[in-house]
Write a protein that binds this ligand. Structure first.
Ligand code: PRP
Ligand code: URA
Length: 209
């Protein structure tokens, strides 16, 4: 079973509260989502393997650690996932970026895939899929399935807020995928929105309605 990590760092929690606030406007919302993505990336990269190297300091030689060349890939789920990818890239600037376009059909709430482009060496990379919202889980389940179909073997899912229904759906469909969240909320409403959530992440990020 994939693990669920709710990242309870005070900075993440503080910024998430501001993100939820209906009075936070587009510019600030976008900045905060980016910042939280950076902070979450710090936690999600804890496991990266290190190797020892020796460097010359101004006063001697230090045997010290660097990241041992792990190949990473970031995959935002369009559109709202784009709001998180730059924040992650701030800490992992050498990562390659794939994109997957999915939208939720407003009637059926089922995901519809309209675009996918991944790095060519998919099977060699560890991927972090980013999307602010994990609601019914349909989009994330489909995105993970799409990556696996193309050869991805190691995948993590990073979202700002999830509903229990979404977590359960991902765990059921993909028990090898760990989920990283800033908040785990109460429930979904009848329209598939996370309650209390933050509203429509794509619309708030891009100022659309
Ligand atoms: C939102 C969100 C997720 C999806 C979550 O995207 O960014 O991708 O809904 O819902 P689910 O877990 O029930 O699938 P949306 O479909 O609104 O598209 P957008 O990012 O283009 O606004
Ligand atoms: N997508 C969103 O943007 N918000 C929700 O609460 C659920 C799905």
């Amino acid at each position: 079973m994939g693990k669920v990590h709710v990242l309870d760092h005070p900075l993440i929690q503080h910024k998430l509260t501001m993100i939820r606030d209906v009075n936070t406007g587009t510019k600030e919302f976008r900045e905060l989502v980016n910042e939280v993505a950076t902070l979450m990336a710090f936690e999600i990269t804890r496991h990266l393997p290190l190797k020892e190297v020796t460097v010359q300091t101004p006063v001697g030689q230090a045997t010290s650690n660097i990241i041992a060349g792990k190949k990473l890939g970031i995959v935002p789920i369009l559109r709202a996932g784009l709001g998180m990818s730059d924040g992650v890239l701030k800490l992992i600037p050498a990562a390659k970026v794939g994109h997957i376009g999915l939208y939720r059909d407003p009637e059926t709430l089922k995901p519809v895939e309209y675009y996918i482009k991944l790095p060519s060496d998919v099977h060699e990379r560890e991927f972090i899929i980013v999307d602010p919202m994990l609601a019914t889980g349909g989009s994330a389940v489909e995105a993970i399935h799409s990556l696996k179909k193309r050869g991805a073997k190691q995948i993590k899912l990073m979202c700002l807020i999830a509903a229990p229904e979404g977590v359960e759906a991902v765990q059921k469909a993909h028990d090898d995928v760990d989920i990283y969240l800033a908040g785990l909320d109460e429930k979904l409403n009848e329209k598939g929105y996370i309650i209390p959530g933050l509203g429509d992440a794509g619309d708030r990020l891009f100022g659309t309605k």
